[in-house]
Design a protein around this ligand. Structure first.
Ligand code: PEP
Length: 247
């Protein structure tokens, strides 16, 4: 297999508290290995505490979103520079919950990814089709469109991570089968290579959507799946560690 960074990313969404940070970070720090990155994305108010707890361990951390401008009168938002200052290595952008609930379009997601890169934060860019898209045979068209908006703005040397998260699999307990996910990941690599040939092999692509301790290994065994973006199961540190060990 190609030499790509492998990683498991915990997306806590709007769950957890300081106690969860203080309980889980020491356990994660003990388990984190150089061969697979372990990344925690807590709610933004906890990033400072997670940063302190992760200090000098192998655990990386990041935000779940970022503003599409560098600064300004944007109540309730934060910039990529602020994340960089806090030591965030990553920021999730374009999660389906942001696209859906906050009406983020492909252009917005593309700008957010570019803001991250300019600030030295690696964007974890989420793409994914709805069940309606899939059932009407539009999965590849929708994904190609989402990807194009993002890649058009990306410098050739940019470092970014892609996360394939079928919307119908997020929080539903209905994960894609390893074969379904592999097919899409191979398609995404092909699309990446159309923009920059090296990207097809070099870009880390995570699968997300109802990854649990008992299905992670079969998903992560697929050749084009480099790890996972984990929602619900990441709130239980033992489940998260089990998933991490499967990667
Ligand atoms: C997610 O929110 O990115 C996600 C994949 O959630 P879950 O694992 O709960 O499906």
């Amino acid at each position: 297999a190609a030499k790509r960074a492998r990683m498991v990313v915990a997306n806590w969404k709007m769950f957890g508290n300081l106690a969860l940070c203080r309980e889980s970070l020491p356990l994660l720090a003990k388990a984190a290995d150089v061969s697979v990155e372990l990344v925690v994305c807590p709610p933004a108010p906890y990033l400072g505490e997670v940063g302190r707890l992760a200090n000098r361990s192998g655990v990386h951390y990041g935000a779940q979103d970022v503003a599409e401008v560098t600064h300004g009168a944007r109540t309730g938002e934060w910039s990529a520079d602020m994340l960089a200052e806090l030591g965030c290595r990553y920021a999730i952008v374009g999660h389906s919950e942001r696209r859906d609930r906050h009406r983020e379009c492909n252009q917005t997601v593309a700008v957010k990814a570019a803001m991250c890169i300019a600030a030295g934060v690696i964007p974890i860019v989420c793409v994914g089709e709805t069940m309606e898209d899939r059932e009407s045979g539009k999965t590849e068209v929708v994904l190609a469109e989402q990807l194009k908006a993002i890649l058009q703005r990306m410098q050739k040397k940019a470092v970014f991570v892609l996360a394939y998260e079928p919307v119908w699999a997020i929080g539903t307990g209905l994960a894609a089968t390893p074969e379904m996910a592999q097919d899409v990941h191979a398609f995404l690599r092909h699309q990446l290579a159309l923009f920059v040939p090296a990207w097809g092999d070099s870009v880390t692509i995570l699968y997300g959507g109802s990854v649990k301790a008992d299905n992670a290994a079969s998903l992560f065994a697929m050749p084009d799946i480099d790890g996972g973006l984990i929602g619900g199961a990441s709130l239980n540190v033992l489940d998260l560690l089990s998933i991490y060990r499967s990667a």
